[in-house]
Write a protein that binds this ligand. Structure first.
Ligand code: ADP
Length: 618
């Protein structure tokens, strides 16, 4: 019944790259295979909870390494779930694993130094075996009734063969025939060292059997497991080293880069649980995508229940990775039951609080770290500010915006504390980029007064702009909307007087621009520019409008307000212009400039260009 098949093209390509890579830490293959073995035991234990045929013998779950230094072989065996024929074919050969192609591409692009991370990211750990082996045999017997053993062999050269296997006990063994220059992986001391370094917290005992070792050479500790087995989160915080957290984050949780903060939690009281949470320094593209799987791994009394348990974290915290272990949940808890389980809800609320607290502490004690966090993940916090009502108050203290004064990330508290005497509002401006915001004419008066302005420039900023109307009893005012709230009574009177004097000019503007502008008025907003476009306080920010339009949505029209600077020589020149045609040109020119200043095109760009060219000609 043996059949030989070709690997899918992308697996072949990946294998080729893995085998020929110059990557020096080839030893990582071992932790990948041990981790697969441990996963297989996790799955067997989980299924056994509801299916009596999976493990009726209640075995001692374990992983065994058999090393034969003479024969240059290493076998990694487990008594986990095992694989049936179809499962094996799917897992190890024919079905294109979505990850393998992306993995191959990353390798080709020269990311060799990151092989361990890439393997984790793309879920292709098994194939790391071919970095050290020129032949791999997998023997497996699936747990459950009526299963037959199967064998899979490959030299990593483009083909694999499957036939009837010989395994009699349920589980899987992976035998590597080591390459001539990799025979150290069949030596006991190498394996002991590697297990301690990479796989110490694997929850099942890992035993070592060395072929050909004479009775008299044996030491009593040879029969003991190589690993301490205590899950990292079960160990006292004071005994865990930073490297161990980092190794766990990268190897077990498939974390990206280095963690920025680690939260090691032992909660007691209303709910009892232990948890390890990691706040990353950055996230991969995939985590930014809406609908991307996220969530924490869940263990109940040491039994692995599942990963990507979304119920354990609010959606906005999907960048957090980690593990939760609770003894307050029943062992037979199913994914469906998690959805409205009171214990899970309590754990989620508690974890959320702890993350919020950790972020607040970071912002206070380590502002540089918090700036880096904001740069990489600040949009998630803003999403939380927008969506997580229960925690709105805490999240308000955590959002940051670039500011006008020194271009730094600034929070509302810091902004308010630094407000000069007499400043009555917090000023903000939405724009496509920080640069555009900085140059907006709407800020001229604020700049002259020495007031700072917070810039909202990311797409997420546009979404939360509507939620920002007040902070700690101080109104939030958008610099391009409505009244700036500066006008002292006397200034208002002067403006009224000027409006009276310039009324015919204002009317001329309004008539000529009636299709695009809903009102033309004088302003105190400007000092250097002749005019600017502003909007009603309730209107949608122009950047938001462009974004929605780009997404193909129809956005109801809302006309802008054109504000003129009564003291500007150009505005005064228009007022003094007797020639109707020349005045009309000047109005279109000024309006076109106001459009450009806020980042939109003039309504008739060709005419605008012609007018500018005409001016230059003169
Ligand atoms: P990943 O483990 O990230 O899915 P791998 O390439 O390491 O990717 O493994 C591919 C698949 O092969 C696993 O998902 C699993 O279904 C199967 N597999 C690997 N090793 C074992 C094992 N020891 N026991 C049972 N199944 C295994």
């Amino acid at each position: 019944m043996a059949k030989t098949c070709a690997f899918k093209a992308e697996i072949r390509q990946m294998l080729d790259l893995v085998i020929h890579s110059l990557y020096s830490k080839k030893e990582i293959f071992l932790r990948e295979l041990i981790s697969n073995a441990s996963d297989a035991i996790d799955r067997a234990r989980y299924l056994a909870l509801t299916d009596g045929t999976i493990a009726p013998e209640a075995p001692e779950w374990k992983i065994t390494l058999e090393a034969d230094a003479e024969a240059h072989t290493l076998t990694i065996s487990d008594n986990g779930l095992g694989m049936g024929e179809a499962e094996m074919e799917e897992a190890l050969g024919t079905i294109a694993k979505s990850g393998s192609k992306a993995f191959a591409e990353a390798l080709k692009a020269g990311a060799e130094a990151n092989i361990p991370e890439l393997i984790g990211k793309f879920g292709v750990g098994f194939y790391a075996a071919f970095m050290v082996a020129d032949g791999v045999t997998v023997e497996s017997l699936r747990r459950g009734e009526g299963q037959k053993p199967v064998r899979w062999t490959s030299a990593g050269d483009g083909e694999y063969t499957m036939d009837a296997g010989a395994r009699t006990e349920p589980g899987t063994s992976v035998t590597l025939h080591l390459r001539d220059d990799q025979t150290a992986f069949a030596e006991g001391w190498t394996l002991r060292d590697l297990v301690r370094r990479y796989s110490d917290f694997i929850a099942y005992p890992i035993f070592l059997k060395e072929a050909g070792k004479k009775e008299e050479e044996k030491r009593p500790e040879d029969d003991k497991p190589l690993n301490t087995m205590v899950a990292l989160w079960k160990r006292p915080k004071s005994e865990v080293k930073q490297e161990e957290y980092e190794a766990f984050y990268r190897q077990t949780l498939r974390g990206h880069g280095e963690p920025l903060r680690v939260l090691h939690i032992a909660a007691e009281g209303a709910v009892e649980y232990r948890a390890l949470l990691f706040i990353p320094k950055a996230v991969g593209m995939e985590q930014l995508m809406p609908g991307n799987k996220h969530g924490l791994s869940l263990y109940v009394r040491n039994v692995f229940i599942g990963d990507e348990i979304e119920e354990l974290m609010p959606a906005w915290l999907r960048f957090v990775k980690g593990v939760v272990d609770s003894s307050d949940l029943p062992l037979n808890v199913s994914r469906e039951m998690l959805q409205d389980d009171a214990v899970i809800r309590k754990i989620r609320a508690d974890l959320t609080n702890r993350v919020l607290k950790a972020l607040a502490e970071m912002a206070k004690d380590k502002p540089e770290d918090y700036d880096a966090f904001t740069a990489a993940l600040g949009d998630f916090v803003k999403e939380g500010f927008h969506s997580d009502w229960e925690n709105r108050e805490k999240l308000t203290e955590l959002v940051r915006f670039r500011d006008l004064k020194d271009g730094r990330y600034t929070g509302l508290r810091a902004y308010k504390d630094a407000m000069p005497e007499g400043q009555k509002a917090i000023y903000m401006l939405t724009a496509d980029t920080e640069q555009a915001a900085r140059q907006s004419p709407c800020l001229e008066t604020l700049k002259a007064k020495g007031y700072d302005v917070l810039f909202l420039t990311t797409p997420v900023d546009q979404f939360i702009a509507g939620d920002l109307y007040e902070y700690d009893k101080t109104p939030i005012v958008f610099a391009d909307k409505g009244d700036l709230g500066l006008d002292e009574a006397s200034a208002k009177e002067t403006l009224d007087a000027k409006t009276k004097a310039l009324q015919p000019t204002l009317d001329a503007f309004a008539k000529q621009l009636e299709k695009t502008v809903k009102e033309v008025r004088l302003t105190t907003r400007l000092t250097d520019s002749p005019c600017c476009l502003v909007q009603d306080p309730a209107a949608m920010a122009p950047a938001m409008r462009r974004m929605l339009e780009a997404m193909g949505q129809t956005v109801p029209e809302d006309k802008r307000i054109l504000e003129l600077n009564p003291d500007h020589p150009l505005v005064q020149a228009v007022a003094a212009e007797a020639d109707a045609a020349r005045r009309a040109d000047a109005i279109d020119l000024l309006y076109g400039q106001a459009c450009l200043a806020e980042g939109t095109l003039p309504p008739d760009p060709a005419r605008f260009n012609a007018l500018v060219a005409g001016l230059m000609g003169r």
